[in-house]
Design a binder for this molecule. Sequence first.
Ligand code: FES
Length: 128
Amino acid sequence: MDMYHELILDHYRDPRNWAILDPADIDHEEKNPLCGDRLRLTLRVRDGIITEVGWSGEGCAISQASASMLGETLVGKSLEEARAITKEDILEMLGISLGPVRLKCALLSLKTLKIGVYGLSGWHTDEE
Ligand code: FES
């Protein structure tokens, strides 16, 4: 097993920021329509900066590790910086190449962030 797979399994087994924040400034849940796996992301925001992240979910190792890793990177970011996170950033973070089905797993976290947090209702994971 290589280092990147180890990292994914580590986040899957020990997810960071695993807690729903209540109250939260942003609270949104999305599902992967292919499998029904879900992710709920909650954020606290002060003066345009994300100060706390909490999430919960049910799903495969890649979707959960992706949420854990993304959550870590969000803390301390401005909303503008968070908005600028791309599909490529997520894939680079995970460090593995993925086929189209697993890509949906990897991008569930980003979809939840983009749609829920920023109201980009036209955004979806097939978009380039
Ligand atoms: Fe459901 Fe990966 S199999 S998100």
